[in-house]
Write a protein that binds this ligand. Structure first.
Ligand code: PHE
Length: 379
């Protein structure tokens, strides 16, 4: 008797480990959506803000009865901002958590590695905020709800040339980051096409903390501004370095700057700088205003563009599940591909044949340690 009981326990333990007896998971009365995100690490703000907003969109739909008669459950796994972890998280979200679709990542490099797994397994994925063109090129199951970097680069190049009347700009890019490399290229192409000159290119790697050599080199050039297409932790430190070395050039950047921590790290060194983004809470449509108010009431702070995009990515996915009428990968894929005139908080979303939307961008100006709406640029 004893031996039997023990071997039964051993078998049960094995089954539980392999996920076979997971009665909690993939319950037939709920639909599981997997979110992979940097919930910790030095881009933690990206994942956290996105996750809060995704959960708001899902809670709202659940309160109204869910989709296809079922409640929707979000399972979030932390990538810690690491590409290998992103691939692991996606594998787990599919195999163990039985996700019918995926949301994530923010960082393009991580969406590329997670997206390859999703595509191989034919589980549809919607990245809220990865802007590098290569992300949706991974395959026909990968979608996004944000604009792309060739557009974003052009927005800032135009702003630099036409609004700021700049002729000579230096670039300081993160060579460990697909987003940064791509956006630097896009800016360079557009700025040159508009008659401007890139007088110097310097580089760093994500996680670096000392930028004095690069900033000194730029100081000794005749640049009138520095384009820094990076993530907030390094951008904040670069701004501080420039201030310490008495470099009085404005910094220009992209959506990667979008985090309250940018101001904690960079402080007043960022005043007079500009960046492009997906969303400005102070220039919102009625639908977006309601989202900003709800987010603020729930989380005690305004959402960033990441929150707005996370909310839209979840809403677009939930809408596609409703229209598909089922949750199998190909049906969901087709429904996502058919998304048309979806009214999101970041604007209207129509998915094109390359699984991207066409969206406008905003330019923000940093004044008194805060980002303020400066302009909207349409495609
Ligand atoms: N667009 C960035 C990327 O592709 C991610 C990002 C989006 C960061 C929006 C901040 C805000 O890597």
């Amino acid at each position: 008797m004893r031996t039997n009981r023990r071997s039964w326990l051993a078998i049960a333990a094995l089954l539980a480990l392999s996920g076979v007896s997971s009665c909690k998971k993939g319950k037939s009365d709920e639909i599981v959506i997997g979110h992979y995100a940097s919930m910790s690490g030095n881009t933690a703000h990206y994942g956290q803000d996105t996750d809060k907003a995704i959960r708001m969109a899902v809670d709202e739909v659940n309160a109204g009865g869910g989709v296809l008669g079922k409640q929707v459950k979000v399972v979030t796994l932390d990538t810690r901002g690491d590409s290998a972890e992103a691939a692991n998280a996606v594998t787990r979200l599919i195999d163990v958590e039985k996700s019918v679709a995926l949301l994530g990542e923010v960082a393009s490099s991580l969406s590329l590695s997670g997206g390859r797994v999703a595509q191989r397994r034919k589980v549809p994925m919607v990245t809220p905020s990865s802007t590098n063109p290569k992300v949706t090129e991974v395959g026909d199951h990968i979608f996004r709800v944000c604009f792309l970097d060739p557009f974003q680069g052009k927005v800032m190049a135009k702003f630099a040339r036409e609004n700021l009347k700049l002729e000579r700009v230096a670039i300081l890019k993160d060579v460990k980051n697909d987003y940064s490399i791509g956006l630097a290229e896009a800016f360079k192409g557009s700025f040159s096409a508009l008659g401007g000159k890139i007088v110097m290119e310097q580089s760093y790697g994500q996680g670096d903390t000392d930028f004095s050599a690069q900033v000194t080199a730029i100081k000794n050039s005749d640049a009138q501004a520095i384009f820094v297409p990076g993530y907030y932790a390094e951008v904040g430190a670069i701004a501080r370095t420039a201030q310490r070395l008495d470099v009085k050039l404005p910094l220009l950047g992209g959506d990667g700057w979008d985090a309250p921590d940018l101001f904690k790290i960079g402080g007043d060194a960022l005043n007079g700088s500009y960046y492009s983004n997906h969303f400005a809470p102070d220039a919102a449509t009625p639908k977006a205003k309601k989202f900003v108010a709800d987010f603020k009431a729930k989380h005690g702070a305004e959402p960033t563009g990441l929150g707005a995009l996370g909310y839209d990515a979840a809403a677009v996915l939930l809408d596609a599940i409703k229209r598909a009428g089922k949750t199998d990968g190909d049906a969901l894929r087709d429904a996502l591909a058919a998304t048309k005139d979806f009214e999101g908080v970041t604007g209207s979303i129509t998915i094109d044949s390359a699984r991207n939307p066409e969206k406008s961008a905003v330019v923000l100006e940093i004044k008194d340690g805060r980002a303020k709406y400066a302009a909207t640029v349409n495609p």
